[in-house]
Design a protein around this ligand. Structure first.
Ligand code: ADP
Ligand code: MG
Length: 156
């Protein structure tokens, strides 16, 4: 996928972009969603999840690191790792439940330390543009740029 940059002028447009993004995703894909608080990360994921067939309301995970939504043919995972940021150690199994075959995962606040996310295929970066404007950059990730999940894991 070619890098793409758009500006949206309201939440509905950001949801539409999420829906468009959903159209190019495959089983097992991980999408990293970055941007400041209120930049529209959850809004974009909501639009994508809807397009993938999720009918339950898509809300920010608060009591857990993520939600899993059942859609026809796939489970849609929505993770928010904000509160994991300060932890030096984490249980890799924590993320594993949300990733892998049969799932498409959207991850807000991904951290470099999350090696499980090294296989992410797409990165979305949102930023405030004043008022209801948001700039949204979507780009494919060259997996070679990131540490592989299989490297160095055993020594940690
Ligand atoms: P995040 O997950 O990044 O913290 P949310 O999606 O939860 O952000 O919230 C974004 C807020 O900004 C919502 O209240 C939404 O209605 C509002 N908003 C205003 N304009 C936009 C836009 N262009 N795109 C997305 N959200 C917008
Ligand atoms: Mg959010």
């Amino acid at each position: 996928m070619a890098a793409r940059s758009v500006e949206t002028t309201g939440p509905a447009e950001t949801e539409s972009l999420g829906a468009e993004l959903a159209g190019i995703l495959d089983d097992g894909d991980v999408v990293l969603v970055r941007g400041e608080l209120g930049s529209g990360k959850t809004t974009l994921v909501r639009g994508a999840a809807r397009a993938l067939g999720v009918s339950d309301p898509v809300t920010s995970p608060t009591f857990s690191i993520g939600h899993r939504y059942t859609a026809p043919g796939v489970t849609v995972s929505h993770l928010d790792l904000y509160r994991l940021a300060g932890l030096e150690r984490e249980d890799p199994a924590l993320l594993a439940d949300y990733l892998g075959p049969g799932r498409i995962a959207f991850v807000e606040w991904p951290q470099d330390a999350h090696e499980e996310l090294a296989g992410a295929r797409i990165r979305v970066t949102l930023s405030h543009g004043g008022g209801d404007r948001r700039r949204i950059d979507v780009d494919g990730i060259d997996v070679d740029e990131l540490p592989r999940a299989s490297d160095g894991g055993a020594s940690r």
